[in-house]
Design a protein. Structure first.
Length: 339
């Protein structure tokens, strides 16, 4: 056999070995991709089933097919909607689950077209008319008078826009969600000495500056108002909520969704079905941080008879009403459900 023939055979064997190695690499990549896909699919299916079970247990029929300020019932997959968020000051320590006041009250309007959210913080001491009892007092008393329904009616009367859904959460939900995402980074404006969720005085001590907070610390920051007022408190709560939401929808939190679902579901009641909740996923999956525009109700504080109230500036209130109506496409008439 000639040298040329041997050289050709060697080259052929080398080519064949390279092809076999290439095929092995391709098979390995395909196998790994398949396993990864199946794992992701299994995890997603598990989360879906768990969310369906947990959040369905949180559902509470409030007897309303729609807001009285709507002509037609809304469909969150197509319509702009509003969600009232109630943070309830209830705990086993206080034994006040049935007559608790709202410690935090926020209204979110969601615009389906541009996937934007406007988040209005309503100071807990805002002086308003409460339809449930027929007189004016602090807005956070509405829940103690008549639960979520009385609070919804009060907010609708105040803002002249429909409240389509509500979510009621207790302190444990807030703490557990923050802990589930391994804490959040926020700016602490000043030194804070606060009680914790179990009412233990001085349990939380924070120094000023940007830092990572756990659930109890974030709650203390959200609740404190010793060195400022309800407006600044509301702004802090909005920033904390934005930090929690953006951390929750980040890629790094994908494996935390199991804990997040547990944290929320075990401490929440809502008039949203699981199917309606799913329609909001698109707001947090558009490739960037969720666009949340924060708003406050301007006014001034006063203490007639020694009781502290937040009195609203009527001009600012009217401007806020129009802004929210516009965001919901209800600028012409709040009683008309524009499609």
């Amino acid at each position: 056999m000639s040298y040329k023939s041997n050289n050709t055979n060697i080259k052929t064997r080398v080519v064949k070995r390279k092809k076999r190695k290439l095929r092995k690499r391709v098979y390995f990549i395909l196998f790994f991709s398949l396993i990864t896909f199946l794992a992701v699919l299994s995890y997603a299916s598990y989360l879906y089933i768990k969310a369906d079970s947990v959040f369905s247990d949180s559902y509470e029929d409030d007897g309303r097919n729609k807001s009285e300020l709507r002509e037609n019932a809304v469909d969150p997959t197509k319509d702009n909607v509003s969600v009232l968020i109630m943070g309830v000051d209830a705990s086993d320590v206080r034994s006040n689950a049935n007559n608790s006041r709202t410690d935090t009250l926020m209204l979110a309007t969601l615009n389906k077209e541009d996937k934007s959210v406007k988040l209005l913080s309503i100071p807990r001491d805002t002086y308003v008319y409460i339809p449930e009892v027929g007189y004016e007092t602090k807005i956070n008393h509405a829940h103690a008078f008549g639960g979520p329904q009385a609070t919804i009616e009060t907010v609708e009367n105040l803002l002249d826009i429909p409240v389509d859904y509500y979510v009621k959460l207790n302190f444990d939900a807030f703490i557990d969600v923050v802990d589930a995402v391994n804490g959040i980074e926020v700016d602490v404006p000043y030194e804070i000495n606060e009680q914790n969720s179990k009412d233990q005085a001085g349990a939380i001590h924070l120094m000023p500056g940007t830092q990572q907070l756990n659930g109890e610390e974030a709650l203390a920051l959200a609740r404190t108002r010793k060195q400022d007022n309800d407006i600044e408190r509301g702004k802090r709560q909005q920033e904390i909520i934005k930090a929690v939401i953006n951390k929750s929808v980040s890629v790094n939190s994908l494996l935390k969704y199991d804990d997040i679902i547990e944290a929320i579901g075990n401490n929440m009641t809502t008039n949203m079905t699981f199917g309606e909740m799913k329609s909001f996923i698109s707001y947090g999956t558009k490739g960037t941080n969720l666009n949340i525009d924060t708003l406050t109700l301007e006014g001034y504080d006063s203490q007639p008879g020694g009781t502290y109230y937040w009195y609203l500036d009527e001009t600012s209130l009217s401007e806020t009403q129009e802004l929210l109506k516009s965001h919901l496409d209800l600028s012409i008439n709040p009683a008309t459900n524009l499609q």
